[in-house]
Design a protein around this ligand. Structure first.
Ligand code: UDP
Ligand code: MG
Length: 296
């Protein structure tokens, strides 16, 4: 069986087309499948639309309804827990990831790969997002030691072994493509096409994007903390040299103050996340799971 997991947050304008295209693709494949939609606290009519669709596809479609907004990656994790397929495919609900690419991912899983990553071709996002992603991809590969080309593309495929390991991870803030890469034995990356968001707007403000990048960094590397220590050593040495030379500048003071605050911030990111982990609150709260014969 193939499980398809999709996080949904205010996607009322996209759901009809998304489901129609997925059902077409999956019926053509004629392999057993289940579609798991995780409603991440949508405030629009996404939930009623999904429940209506369930009446037409009661055996293939499950809806997990969160009681609030817990974030894209958390929603996907809930979908993983509920999935029963030998393969699990994830994609976004906004049609930026064309469902027609799913068979390509399945055939790579068929040929023995346990994680199929993807690289967006001709990415249809703002120049800022594309440029920022390029930087993040490079930086993350440096600090994690992975060699992924596109951390951000969520159209991906995983074998059951990988999903089982991910399900055992209890961490609160995480980043699924990197987590899977960590456990992959035989991963591969493949190019997929990319479209502009069909309806609605991106759910990531600049602030949320930055927070997500911190999730990615802190969950997979402590390199920034080590870099701070090294930087501190270098600056101290520099201070001694400048002291001996009898040179003090205002600009230098400002730059150093900035550096200190940044470093405190980075340290704080880790500390805050440790705090989140030790509190051991539930990662998400499910209001209801709509499956098989319950639809009220
Ligand atoms: N999403 C979610 N919870 C959130 C934010 C986003 O479930 O808090 C879903 C959203 O509905 C979509 C996917 O995650 O299916 C990717 O979101 P979006 O398209 O806004 O991100 P972008 O493409 O701008 O990175
Ligand atoms: Mg999108």
């Amino acid at each position: 069986m193939i499980s398809i997991v999709i996080p949904v947050y205010n996607e009322e304008g996209n759901l009809h087309e998304l489901l129609r295209r997925i059902f077409t693709v999956m019926e053509e494949l004629s392999r057993p499948y289940e579609l798991i939609l995780v409603n991440d606290g949508s405030k629009d009519s996404s939930l009623p639309i999904m429940l209506k669709e369930r009446q037409e596809h009661p055996n293939n479609l499950r809806v997990i309804d969160f009681n609030g907004n817990f974030g894209q990656h958390t929603a996907i994790l809930a979908g993983f827990r509920s999935s029963r397929g030998e393969y699990v495919i994830t994609l976004d609900a906004d049609l930026q990831n064309p469902p027609e690419e799913i068979p390509k991912i399945i055939s790579l899983l068929d040929s023995g790969h346990d994680v199929v990553g993807t690289i967006r071709q001709k990415r249809k996002d703002s120049l800022f997002r594309r440029y920022a992603s390029r930087m993040v991809n490079k930086l993350m590969n440096k600090v994690t030691g992975f060699t992924l080309h596109d951390y951000g593309c969520m159209l991906r495929g995983y074998r059951r072994e990988i999903i089982d390991i991910i399900n055992e991870c209890g961490e609160v803030s995480t980043f699924i493509p990197a987590l899977a890469q960590k456990f992959a034995v035989n991963p591969i990356e493949v190019e997929v096409s990319h479209s502009a968001r069909k309806e609605g707007e991106s759910k990531y403000s600049l602030f949320r994007l930055i927070r997500l990048q911190f999730d990615l960094m802190t969950a997979f590397s402590i390199f920034p903390l080590q870099a701070i220590t090294i930087l501190g050593g270098i600056i101290t040495a520099l201070g001694i040299i400048l002291g001996i030379a009898g040179f003090f500048g205002h600009a230098l003071n400002t730059v150093l103050a900035g550096l200190v605050i940044t470093c405190t911030g980075i340290t704080g990111e880790y500390t805050g996340r440790i705090y989140q982990e030790v509190r051991k609150r539930p990662r998400y709260i499910i209001r209801k799971i709509y499956e098989e014969d319950n639809n009220e």
